[in-house]
Design a protein around this ligand. Structure first.
Ligand SMILES: Cc1cc2nc3c(=O)[nH]c(=O)nc-3n(C[C@H](O)[C@H](O)[C@H](O)COP(=O)(O)OP(=O)(O)OC[C@H]3O[C@@H](n4cnc5c(N)ncnc54)[C@H](O)[C@@H]3O)c2cc1C
Length: 529
C-alpha cells in the first residue's frame, strides 16, 4: 500500500523507521492485535541494518567493556533467532588468534572465553576450545605463522542477509494486519493538548502528503533518531551519537571467521566468510553527516588492510564496499568505548511518543518486545509478545507440498533467501513457466522472484530488488546484466511509463556505482539518489 492511501486511516501505533528494530516492533505489535502502520523513508532494511557486520553475536568486545548484561541479552537473542529464522541465521565458528601475546593476555583470553560460554548457558552451539599454533593454522591456513602462538575457537552466528530478516518481519506484520509503507517519510507530528495524535507523511513515490492518525508513535529511526525527533518533538537536545563503520568484500574467503585485534590500533576487527567473499570490517569514526550519504572512504579501506593483512596476508582486490552509521546512546569518550546497549523511553512530551535509541541487530527482537510492552501500557492493552516462540514466515516447518520445479542449486538458493516461502516462488513458476527463466546468465535468480517481490514484499524500485529482495548486488557483477530484465518485469507489474523505467534503472546504477570497490566516494552527497 502507498502512504498516500492512508489518508483518514486510524492506527493504534505508527512506527517511524523500517530498519530491523522498526520492522520488529511492527511484527510484535501486529501479532498482539494492535492496528499498526510502519512508515519507512527509503526501503525496509536499507539503513544501518544493511550496513552491519551481519553477526548475530554477544560480542567479545562488550565483554572486554564488562557490559555483561548486554552480552547476556544478545546471547539469549542469538539462540532465539537461530530457532525462529534458521534459514537466515546460521552458526559461525570463529578463531581469535594470538600473536606475540604475554602469558597474562592469554590468561585473560581464556577467562573471557570461559565467561562467554557461561553467559550463553542456554546455547545450542559448540563451546570454546583453545588451539595450539599448529591447530590454528590447520583450521585456518591463511593465518600467518610468524609469531602465532595459538588461538581461541568459539561460536557465534551470522545473518548473511539482514535485509531479508527485516523483510520477514514485515511479511509477518502484514499477515497479522499491519499496513506497511516504504519510500514514505514522516515529516511532522500532529499534536494537540500535549498528546500525539498522528503524523504527516510525505509519500516520495506518489509525491503527496497525508495526515495519518495514531494513538502512539514509535521513533525507531536508528541513526536518523535526532532528525526524526526534531519533527516529532521539536526543541529536544541531541540524544544520539552517530559513528560510521565500513566493510569491504574481497576475494578468497577464510575457512573460519577471524576476530583479529587490529595491527594498527588493537581494535577488534573481523575477516569473515560471507557469500563467497572475505568480508572485512569495521571502522568506528564519529560521523555527523546525513546517514543517507554514508559511504566508505579510501582512508578507511586502507586502515582495514593495514589492520588485518599482517595476520592473513594480502586481501587482494576490493570488489565492493558498504557503510553504515551506528546510533549510540549519547556519551563522550572514544566511539569504540561507548556502550551498545539501548534505551526505550515513553516521552513525557508529547504523551504517546515512544523513543528507541541504540541497540544491535542481534538484540532487535527483544528491544522490539520491550518497546511494544511500553506501547501496550500507554494504550492500556494487556497482550503478550509471541515473537520469541513463533518462527518467522520462512522459518516455519508446517508448509505443504511445493511444485518440483527449477534445478536443485536454484531451489537451494531460494531456500537460503525465502526459507519455506520459496514455495510461493515455485508456485508462480508453475502458473507462468516463463517466470522460471533466469534473470541473467550464471546466477540462479528467476523472473518469478521479481513478481513475488512486487506483489508480496512491497518492492517499489529496481534497487529494492537488487539490494534487498535478492542478493544480486552482492555478486561480482553486482546484478548489472539483470537490470533491464528486472525493470521490464517491474514495469509490467506496476504499470511504469518509459520515463519512470529509465529513472529507476539510472537510480539503481548510481547506487551500485557508489559501492563499487574501486570507487570509494565517502563525503560526496547522495541525497538526490
Ligand atoms: C558498521 C556497523 C557494524 C555493525 N555490526 C553489527 C553486528 O555485526 N551485529 C549486530 O548485532 N549489530 C551490528 N551493528 C548494529 C546494527 O546494525 C544496528 O544496531 C541496527 O541495524 C539498528 O537498526 P535500526 O532499525 O535501529 O536502524 P536502521 O536500520 O538504520 O533503521 C532506521 C530506519 O529509519 C528510517 N527513517 C529515518 N527517518 C525516517 C523518517 N522521518 N520517516 C520514515 N523513516 C525514517 C531510515 O530510512 C532507516 O531505514 C552494526 C552497525 C554498524 C554501523
Amino acid at each position: 500500500m502507498r502512504a498516500a492511501d492512508l489518508h483518514r486511516q486510524a492506527f493504534d501505533v505508527l512506527v517511524v523507521g523500517g530498519g530491523i528494530i522498526g520492522c520488529g516492533v511492527a511484527r510484535d505489535a501486529a501479532r498482539r492485535g494492535l492496528r499498526v502502520a510502519l512508515i519507512e523513508q527509503d526501503d525496509f532494511g536499507s539503513g544501518t541494518s544493511a550496513g552491519s557486520t551481519r553477526l548475530i553475536h554477544g560480542g567479545l568486545r562488550y565483554l572486554e567493556m564488562l557490559d555483561f548484561a548486554l552480552v547476556r541479552l544478545d546471547l539469549r537473542e542469538r539462540e532465539i533467532l537461530l530457532r525462529i529464522a534458521p534459514h537466515l541465521v546460521e552458526p559461525l565458528r570463529f578463531l581469535l588468534p594470538f600473536y606475540n601475546a604475554s602469558s597474562f593476555t592469554r590468561f585473560k583470553m581464556r577467562v573471557g572465553m570461559w565467561l562467554y560460554d557461561a553467559l550463553s548457558y542456554d546455547r545450542s552451539l559448540e563451546g570454546h576450545a583453545m588451539l595450539s599454533a599448529a591447530e590454528a593454522r590447520a583450521a585456518e591456513p591463511r593465518l600467518i605463522a610468524d609469531g602465532l602462538q595459538g588461538a581461541a575457537a568459539y561460536s557465534d552466528a551470522q545473518a548473511a542477509l539482514p535485509e531479508r530478516l527485516c523483510m520477514e518481519n514485515v511479511v509477518d506484520a502484514v499477515a497479522a494486519g499491519a499496513v506497511v509503507c516504504n519510500h514514505s517519510k514522516v515529516i511532522a507530528a500532529v499534536v494537540s493538548e500535549e498528546r500525539i495524535r498522528g503524523v504527516r507523511v510525505h509519500d516520495l513515490i506518489a509525491h503527496r502528503e497525508v495526515e495519518v492518525t495514531a494513538r502512539v508513535v514509535v521513533n525507531a529511526a536508528g541513526p536518523w533518531f535526532d532528525r526524526a525527533a526534531g519533527v516529532l518533538q521539536p526543541d529536544t537536545r541531541a540524544r544520539v551519537r552517530t559513528t560510521r563503520g565500513i566493510h569491504i568484500a574481497c576475494p578468497n574467503p577464510p575457512k573460519q571467521a577471524l576476530a583479529l585485534p587490529s595491527a594498527v590500533d588493537g581494535r577488534l576487527t573481523f575477516v569473515i566468510p560471507w557469500l563467497g567473499y572475505a568480508w572485512v570490517g569495521t571502522t568506528d569514526i564519529d560521523y555527523t553527516g546525513d546517514p543517507s550519504d554514508v559511504a566508505a572512504t579510501r582512508e578507511e579501506i586502507e586502515y582495514l588492510r593495514r589492520s588485518v593483512e599482517p595476520f592473513v596476508g594480502g586481501l587482494g582486490e576490493v570488489l565492493f564496499t558498504n557503510a553504515g552509521v551506528r546510533a549510540l546512546v549519547r556519551r563522550e569518550g572514544h566511539a569504540s568505548a561507548v556502550t551498545r546497549s539501548h534505551s526505550v523511553i515513553a516521552e513525557p512530551s508529547p504523551v504517546g511518543l515512544v523513543s528507541i535509541i541504540g541497540g544491535k541487530l542481534t538484540g532487535y527482537r527483544g528491544i522490539a518486545e520491550e518497546a511494544v510492552n511500553r506501547v501496550c501500557r500507554l494504550l492500556e492493552v494487556d497482550a503478550r509478545s509471541t515473537t520469541a516462540a513463533e518462527p518467522l514466515p520462512g522459518g516455519r516447518q508446517d508448509v505443504g507440498p511445493e511444485p518440483a520445479l527449477l534445478s536443485e542449486p536454484q531451489r537451494a538458493h531460494l531456500q537460503r533467501l525465502y526459507g519455506a516461502r520459496r514455495a510461493e516462488i515455485l508456485q508462480l513458476v508453475a502458473d507462468r513457466p516463463e517466470l522460471g527463466h533466469r534473470l541473467m546468465e550464471g546466477e540462479p535468480d528467476v523472473g518469478a522472484q521479481v513478481v513475488h517481490a512486487v506483489r508480496q514484499e512491497a518492492c517499489e524500485r529496481v534497487a529494492d530488488f537488487v539490494f534487498r529482495r535478492s542478493r544480486l548486488a552482492f555478486t561480482p557483477h553486482r546484478g548489472r546484466p539483470a537490470l533491464g530484465r528486472i525493470a521490464g518485469i517491474m514495469r509490467e507489474e506496476l504499470g511504469w511509463s518509459d520515463v519512470r523505467t529509465a529513472e529507476e534503472l539510472a537510480r539503481c546504477r548510481r547506487l551500485l556505482d557508489r559501492t563499487d570497490g574501486d570507487h570509494p566516494t565517502g563525503g560526496e552527497s547522495f541525497a538526490e539518489i
